[in-house]
Design a protein around this ligand. Structure first.
Ligand SMILES: NC(=O)c1ccc[n+]([C@@H]2O[C@H](COP(=O)([O-])OP(=O)(O)OC[C@H]3O[C@@H](n4cnc5c(N)ncnc54)[C@H](O)[C@@H]3O)[C@@H](O)[C@H]2O)c1
Length: 179
C-alpha cells in the first residue's frame, strides 16, 4: 500500500509530503538498520547510506528499495561506497555510525583511538558537503565522539547541531551526569 504511513499508521496517505535528505554514514549493523527504519517512516524524500567499503551500501540500498511496495513507503534510498560523499550533499540530518564496535572484553574507551580517526574524517567530509546539517553521533565512545564531531565540524556549540544518540532506553541506563 504505497503512500501510506508506516505500518498502516492513522496519518493516512503521505503523498507529496516527504521532505529532505538524511544521510547515514557507516553501513554496518547500526547504520543499515537506521537507514531502513528512516526509509520506512516514509517522511523523507531521500535517505543516503554511505560507507568506506565499496558495494556494501549500494547492495543494502537496493534491498531496502525493493521492499518499498511491500512495506508501503516511497522514500528513496541511495547507497554509495568507497568513502564517496557526493550524494550526501545538502543533507538536513547526518547520522554518524562509522567506526568499530566493541569486541568481547573491550570497553568503549578501547575504541577511542581508531574511532577518533574515523569520526574526524567523517566530520570533515560532512562539513564540506552538508554545512547546514544537524549531526547525530552514534559511534562509541559516544560522549568523546560527539565532542570531537562538535570540534571537527565547527558547527554551532549553542543549540543542538551535534547530538549524541544512545540506543539504551533511559529507564535502564544508570543515573549519572554521563548518562
Ligand atoms: N550510541 C549507541 O547507543 C550505540 C549503539 C550501538 C553501537 N554503537 C556504536 O556505533 C558504531 C557502529 O556499530 P556497528 O555495530 O554498526 O558496527 P559495524 O562494524 O557493523 O559497522 C561499522 C561500519 O562503519 C564503516 N566505516 C568504518 N570506517 C568508515 C569511514 N571512515 N567512513 C565510513 N564508514 C566507515 C565500516 O565499514 C562498517 O560498515 C560503533 O562505534 C558502536 O560502538 C553505538
Amino acid at each position: 500500500m504505497a503512500g501510506t504511513g508506516p505500518q498502516g499508521s492513522p496519518e493516512g496517505p503521505r503523498q507529496g509530503s516527504r521532505q529532505g535528505k538524511v544521510s547515514v554514514v557507516g553501513a554496518g549493523f547500526y547504520g543499515s538498520t537506521t537507514a531502513q527504519r528512516l526509509a520506512e517512516y516514509d517522511i523523507f524524500e531521500t535517505v543516503v547510506l554511505t560507507d568506506i567499503v565499496e558495494g556494501k551500501p549500494e547492495g543494502l540500498a537496493l534491498d531496502i528499495n525493493q521492499s518499498r511496495a511491500i512495506e508501503g513507503f516511497e522514500t528513496e534510498v541511495v547507497g554509495v561506497g568507497g568513502g564517496e560523499y557526493g550524494p550526501t550533499a545538502g543533507s538536513d540530518i547526518v547520522v554518524v555510525t562509522a567506526g568499530l564496535p566493541r569486541k568481547p572484553g573491550m570497553s568503549r574507551m578501547d575504541l577511542i583511538e581508531t574511532n577518533a580517526k574515523i569520526v574526524r574524517e567523517v566530520s570533515e567530509n560532512v562539513t564540506r558537503t552538508s554545512p547546514d546539517a544537524v549531526v547525530i553521533v552514534v559511534s562509541n565512545p559516544l560522549d568523546e565522539m560527539t565532542a570531537l564531531t562538535q570540534l571537527a565540524t565547527g558547527f554551532p556549540a549553542s543549540g543542538s547541531w551535534v547530538r549524541p544518540a544512545c540506543s539504551t532506553p533511559p529507564a535502564s541506563r544508570p543515573l549519572s551526569p554521563q548518562s
